[in-house]
Design a protein around this ligand. Structure first.
Ligand SMILES: NC(=O)c1ccc[n+]([C@@H]2O[C@H](COP(=O)([O-])OP(=O)(O)OC[C@H]3O[C@@H](n4cnc5c(N)ncnc54)[C@H](O)[C@@H]3O)[C@@H](O)[C@H]2O)c1
Length: 329
C-alpha cells in the first residue's frame, strides 16, 4: 500500500509519521501537486493532498494512469477537485469534513480584535520605544452588529463567541439554520445583513454561487467603514473591489486568512523575492488590512485530527468499507 502525500511541510510530515501505520509505504513530498510534481505519485495507490494542490481533470487523468485509486484530501474544502473527472476515472475522493472549527473561529475573532485595536501596529511601536496612541483608536465590539455569512460549524461558533462580546449577531445561510435561534443568532436575508452589520465575516463554502460574493455591488450595499473578515476561501472576495473599497473608505478594516491567488504565495517563504501579484501587494500596503497566510486551521489539535481522519479514510478504503467522508460530484 503506497501513499504519497503532497504539500507536506515539516510539521505535516512529523504528524503523518505519528498517525499513519508503519506498515504503509508512506512517502511525503513538499511541493504542491501540479503537472511538474505529479510524477512523485507514480505507483501510488493513494494520494493525499491539501488545499492548494491541483486536482483538475488533467492531473487526475495522470494519477489514474499511475494506478492511483483514491485521493484523500487533508482539508475540508474540495472546490479544487474536478469531482466529475474523478468519478469518470474511478478515483475515490475523501475529505476531512471538520478538523477544528474552534481553531478557525478563534483565528477569525483574533483578526477582528487585532484589526480593531491595531495590535499588529502596537507590537512594532512598543518595541521601538514609541508609546504614542495616535492612530490606535478602536471601538467597543459591545453593542455592534456582526454578520455571519454561512451558518455552518465555524460560522455558528463565531456567532456564539461574538454574542459573548455583547454583539447582536445576524446570520445568512440559504438553508434554514435550526440551531441558530437557540444560540441567539438571527437568520436574515443577505441584503439585510449587508445593510445592518458593522462587521461581516465569511464562513460559506466556495461554489459557483459564492465566487466573488464580495464584489463592488455587495460592498456598496454595506455600511460605510464596515469590517470585512474572510477565513473561508479567497475567491469569495473579488480582490480589485477590495482595493477600491479600501481606497474610498467604504471598507474600514479588512482581515483575510485566504486570498484568491494564494496558491502562488502561501505556505512558502517569498521574503527574498519580488512578489509579482500587484493587487495583493496593494492590499498589504493599507494600514487597515491584516493578512495571515491560511493559518486559521493551524493548531496542534487540528493537524492531529487531519492526519488521523485521513488515516481512517484511507483505512476504510483499503478495507472496502463505506467511505464516510467521501465527496462525490
Ligand atoms: N482558513 C482556514 O484555515 C479554513 C479551515 C477550514 C475551513 N475553512 C473554510 O471555512 C468554510 C466553512 O467551514 P465549515 O466547517 O463551517 O463548513 P459547514 O459546511 O459546516 O458550513 C458551511 C455553511 O455555509 C452554508 N452555505 C452554503 N452555500 C451558501 C451561500 N451561498 N451563502 C451562504 N451560506 C452558504 C451552508 O449551508 C453551511 O451552513 C469551508 O467551506 C472552508 O472553505 C477555512
Amino acid at each position: 500500500m503506497k501513499v504519497v502525500s503532497f504539500s507536506c511541510k515539516i510539521y505535516d510530515r512529523q504528524q503523518l509519521c505519528r498517525s499513519f501505520p508503519p506498515s504503509w509505504d508512506s512517502q511525503t513530498v513538499e511541493p504542491i501537486l501540479d503537472k511538474h510534481t505529479v510524477v512523485y505519485a507514480k505507483d501510488a495507490d493513494v494520494v493525499s493532498a491539501f488545499v492548494n494542490d491541483q486536482l483538475n481533470a488533467e492531473i487526475l487523468q495522470i494519477l489514474a494512469g499511475y494506478g492511483v485509486k483514491m485521493v484523500a484530501l487533508r482539508c475540508a474544502g474540495f472546490n479544487h477537485v474536478d469531482l466529475a473527472a474523478a468519478h469518470r476515472l474511478g478515483i475515490k475522493i475523501t475529505r476531512v469534513p471538520a478538523y477544528s472549527p474552534y481553531a478557525v473561529a478563534e483565528h477569525t475573532i483574533g483578526l477582528m480584535l487585532a484589526l480593531n485595536r491595531k495590535l499588529y501596529k502596537a507590537y512594532n511601536r512598543v518595541r521601538e520605544g514609541n508609546f504614542a496612541l495616535n492612530g490606535m483608536l478602536g471601538f467597543d465590539f459591545y453593542g455592534k452588529t456582526v454578520g455571519v455569512i454561512g451558518a455552518g460549524k465555524i460560522g455558528r461558533l463565531v456567532g456564539e463567541r461574538m454574542k459573548a462580546f455583547g454583539c447582536q449577531v445576524l446570520v445568512y445561510d440559504p438553508y434554514e439554520c435550526s440551531a441558530c435561534e437557540a444560540l441567539g443568532l438571527e437568520q436574515v436575508p443577505l441584503a439585510t445583513l449587508y445593510q445592518r452589520c458593522d462587521v461581516i465575516t465569511l464562513h460559506c463554502p466556495l461554489t459557483a454561487e459564492t465566487n466573488h460574493l464580495i464584489n463592488a455591488d455587495s460592498i456598496a450595499k454595506m455600511k460605510k467603514g464596515v469590517m470585512l473578515i474572510n477565513t473561508g476561501r479567497g475567491a469569495l472576495m473579488e480582490p480589485e473591489s477590495l482595493v477600491a473599497g479600501l481606497k474610498s473608505a467604504q471598507i474600514g478594516y479588512l482581515g483575510m486568512d485566504v486570498y484568491e491567488k494564494e496558491g502562488a504565495l502561501f505556505f512558502e517563504d517569498h521574503s527574498c523575492e519580488i512578489i509579482q501579484d500587484d493587487v495583493f501587494e496593494r492590499l498589504l500596503s493599507f494600514p487597515n488590512v491584516l493578512v495571515t497566510g491560511h493559518q486559521a486551521y493551524f493548531t496542534q489539535e487540528a493537524i492531529t485530527h487531519i492526519a488521523e481522519t485521513t488515516r481512517d479514510n484511507i483505512q476504510m478504503f483499503m478495507d472496502g468499507e463505506l467511505l464516510l467522508n467521501e465527496v462525490t460530484a
